[in-house]
Design a protein around this ligand. Structure first.
Ligand SMILES: Nc1ncnc2c1ncn2[C@@H]1O[C@H](COP(=O)(O)OP(=O)(O)OP(=O)(O)O)[C@@H](O)[C@H]1O
Ligand SMILES: [Mg+2]
Length: 383
């Protein structure tokens, strides 16, 4: 596992991570509102005191200076971070059984991986236990979670092809408590072919999840941009499909094919599978095109689309190069806030759809937490 690389410099901007998210990163690790307020007031006090000794300031000058400081980018970032961490601490309903969500879209670069890791981190920051399964040979989700995935690392390949237990390859994500990852290595590129000749080739992931005994609230599976056997394995293993849609031209192209595949899997292999959630990604409010695409998607899928759209954000795209989610990289950024909001919506919808759940922090009753894969259908979001 890679240790956190706080001294890394961004490959493009050359700005060090420490410079880039000094306040926000510190804020996340401290994780407590009171301490955050302390940081804010200390930074205020330090800056106020800097030019002249405090005694020489009139009350008027003092409050004016504080107002100016409140309006600086760093103060705004810190305040947004305080808000984000505060919201994360509010708690979300714990599903009565593990929700296994397949993040899929055969179109490339639409935000599958970004959505998987950031939603997973958001849910975990709300106190839920979340497992990310990286099912893409590119290993992008593993990278974004700071998990080593060179060729020798035990990975999802061994689970699918060699029948290794999932528990042997799960790794904790150091940055976020309650978040775990099954990495993907380049070996997985050959799995599509190797799986063809294996027994129960479509349900190997489902079996591995069913045999995994650790309690989990969510499993998010990051699919490759194809509809091959790896994606089919994910569709057989999951209850819900989450489709990220990039707010660009051609957004809906290929969606028919994906839904057709979901229907086929539901008919023949996994009767509980359904598209429960659509998330609009890379939304650029400045363009009319993004608004038009969003409107079209909402018209076609009024029940499935989350109200929250993820904006196009530099912070979101920078975070993976530091092996981090945007939630840890810059918790006060709009990208982080929007993923927190999307996670909240995702969790609350299941409850309003009748799936039930208990607020995190309340006693876990133990039911339905033993064998995630065996609980299919019990937390369905029927919309
Ligand atoms: N909201 C966003 N704002 C800015 N950049 C984003 C956003 N979401 C994703 N990106 C960037 O877009 C690119 C594609 O995103 P991502 O890798 O998540 O897509 P994907 O669907 O998983 O791709 P693939 O099909 O190759 O697996 C990445 O460089 C990512 O950093
Ligand atoms: Mg990806």
């Amino acid at each position: 596992m890679t240790a956190r690389r706080t001294e890394d410099r961004h490959p493009v901007t050359g700005v060090s991570h420490r410079q880039n998210s000094d306040i926000a990163g510190m804020v996340f690790h401290v994780k407590r509102r009171s301490l955050l307020s302390g940081i804010l007031s200390r930074s205020r006090a330090a800056t106020v005191a800097a030019p002249v000794s405090r005694e020489t300031l009139s009350p008027m000058q003092d409050s004016e200076t504080i107002d100016q400081i409140d309006d600086t980018p760093i103060a705004r970032a810190a305040q947004a971070a305080v808000q984000a961490i505060g919201r994360a601490g509010e708690g979300l309903p714990r599903p009565v059984a593990t929700r296994v969500m397949v993040v899929a879209n055969q179109k490339g670069g639409v935000g599958k991986t970004t959505t998987t890791v950031n939603l997973a981190a958001s849910l975990a920051m709300h106190g839920l236990r979340v497992l990310v399964i990286d099912l893409d040979p590119q290993g992008n989700a593993s990278t974004a979670l700071g998990i080593d995935h060179h060729a020798e690392v035990p990975s999802i390949y061994e689970v699918l092809v060699e029948g290794k237990p999932l528990a042997d390859v799960v790794q904790p994500v150091v940055e976020v408590e309650g978040l775990f990852c099954v990495p993907a290595t380049i070996d997985l590129a050959g799995a599509e072919i190797e799986l063809v000749s294996l027994v129960a080739r479509e349900s190997r992931l489902q079996r591995a999840i069913a045999a995994y005994e650790q309690p989990l609230d969510y499993i998010l599976i990051d699919c490759p941009p194809s509809l091959g056997l790896l994606t089919v394995n994910a569709l057989v293993a999951g209850q819900e499909v989450l489709i990220p849609i990039q707010c660009e031209y051609y957004a809906l192209e290929g969606l028919g094919q994906l839904r057709h595949n979901v229907d086929l899997v539901r008919t023949h292999l996994n009767p509980v599978l359904h598209v429960s959630t659509i998330l609009l990604t890379m939304y650029d409010a400045r363009t009319r095109l993004a608004a038009q695409v969003a409107e079209e998607v909402r018209t076609h899928f009024p029940q499935e689309v989350l109200h929250t759209a993820i904006p196009r954000s530099v912070r979101i795209s920078e975070a993976p190069s530091y092996g981090q989610t945007v939630l840890t990289y810059d918790p006060g950024s709009t990208g982080a806030l929007s993923y927190l909001e999307a996670a909240r919506e995702l969790a609350l919808r299941a409850v309003s759809a009748g799936a039930g759940g208990s607020l995190v922090g309340q006693q876990r009753d133990g039911s339905g937490q033993g064998a995630p894969g065996a609980q299919h259908g019990t937390t369905e979001d029927n919309r």
